[in-house]
Design a protein around this ligand. Structure first.
Ligand code: ZN
Ligand code: ZN
Length: 409
């Protein structure tokens, strides 16, 4: 069984466990069902112990860690602590000491991914043995610490964030040097570390992002500051803010309830982080130990003009997919624009964001794919689309960024 089939089972189990059937079983969603899944956890102050900053741990075993996010109690990790790849080891194991939340992570995606290796990436996704230490009480630094290569932070599922550059120091996300990221915005490097270079739209959060208020937390930087989704308030993304509230060169800003925090910036460099605004915990990345002096300053955009993958898939319609419904999407591609010949026959996989097609048909250069959008889909964020042709052994892959987004109606 490959990894994505395992995660498909897991996602189904999760959806059923929280009492919400997937759209494929129950296409009609009510407002009540949505709010059921968006409420914060009920926590009584006397049941938890403060361990520093916004962090709390339950007094009872098994220990559950909570984060107080703008007054809401969040259990950020319980879902992601499951053993999604069925190797007998939990994806995440969490503990703490006096100054740090300590996270042991397999760094393994618990959402569907593309098959790797494929025509655009020779590497395989491998289970990792990471230990990350997040400062419980992040501290602002006098200067911006430059982001190293390799892991710079951790998504809630334990998969790592990388800076916007590939090894050669070129922008991996956009332009001429864009690399092939699957529709969950990740890919593995040489040692099998699956990582995100931009907003990972497939990571489940305890909150659904309705695009109506401040986005939920999606991960943490290695200085301990939280990273949020793109929205600041109803229909306004944090990257659109001006003046005092504008994001700084690190992609962060402060507010009275969250303190300093970062936001992802879809389609805008640096996409995740531009630098560390806080004092970074050096044990999280060997690059900090190799260099006697960590250099400072935010990363500079070096996008070269070009659109490497955008010309192969020429259109995806409809562009808006209603949550809780099944959709037939029509994907047109230009086989002449592909760098390698596209095989005859149906593709064996079509995926938009985390959602895989249940049925796929092809007529010439048109693909018809049936995709169900579950009731807990994130609203308003553009999702990438990827398609795999050929066998499970190095399929030929194509993609289109920002192909569709999920709407309520
Ligand atoms: Zn990469
Ligand atoms: Zn914010």
């Amino acid at each position: 069984m490959n990894s994505k089939r395992l995660t498909r089972i897991l996602d189904t189990t999760f959806a059923l466990a929280i009492g919400i059937a997937l759209a494929v079983f129950q296409p009609v969603v009510t407002a009540q069902e949505i709010s059921l899944n968006t409420q914060s956890v009920e926590v009584r102050e006397d049941q938890v112990e403060s361990i520093g900053g916004y962090w709390y741990v339950s007094k009872e075993e098994p220990k559950t860690y909570y984060y107080q996010d703008a007054g809401r109690w969040l259990d950020l990790f319980s879902y992601h602590c499951k053993d999604s790849n069925k190797d007998g080891i939990a994806n995440l194991q969490i503990s703490h000491d006096q100054n740090h939340l300590i996270i042991k992570s397999q760094g393994y995606p618990n959402h569907p991914t593309a098959i790797f290796p494929n025509s655009d990436n020779p590497n395989t996704i491998r289970v990792q043995d990471f230990t990350f230490r997040l400062p419980l009480v992040p501290r602002k630094s006098d200067s911006i610490t430059r982001l190293p290569m390799g892991p710079i932070g951790m998504s809630l599922n334990g998969v790592v964030f990388f800076n916007p550059f590939e090894m050669e120091g070129r922008n991996a996300v956009a332009g001429y040097d864009e690399v092939w990221l699957d529709s969950c915005c990740g890919h593995p490097q040489q040692t099998g570390v699956y990582h995100y270079h931009k907003y990972p739209t497939c990571v489940k959060s305890p909150f659904i992002d309705q695009g109506k208020s401040h986005s939920p937390i999606i991960g943490f930087a290695f200085d301990g500051y939280p990273l949020y989704g793109p929205y600041e308030s109803d229909t306004t993304m944090a990257m659109e803010l001006q003046g005092d509230q504008a994001l700084d060169a690190c992609n962060g800003h402060s507010d009275p309830v969250r303190g300093y925090h970062y936001h992802v910036t879809p389609n805008r460099f640096p996409y995740i982080l531009g630098g560390y605004a806080g004092v970074v915990e050096p044990s999280n990345n060997r690059a900090f130990q190799r260099r006697a002096l960590v250099s400072s300053g935010a990363l500079q955009d070096n996008t070269q003009p070009g659109d490497k993958y955008g010309k192969i898939i020429t259109s995806v319609r409809p562009g808006n997919l209603v949550r809780g419904k099944s959709h037939q999407i029509r994907i047109e591609f230009d086989s002449n624009a592909a760098r390698r010949p596209i095989p005859e026959g149906n593709p064996n996989w079509v995926q938009v964001g985390p959602y895989e097609a249940q049925s796929i048909q092809r007529e010439g250069n048109t693909i018809l794919a049936k995709i169900s959008i579950p009731n807990d889909a994130t609203i308003g964020v553009w999702l990438d689309c990827h398609i795999e042709f050929g066998s499970e052994n190095r399929p030929l892959v194509i993609k289109r960024n920002d192909a569709v987004r999920v709407t309520i109606d």
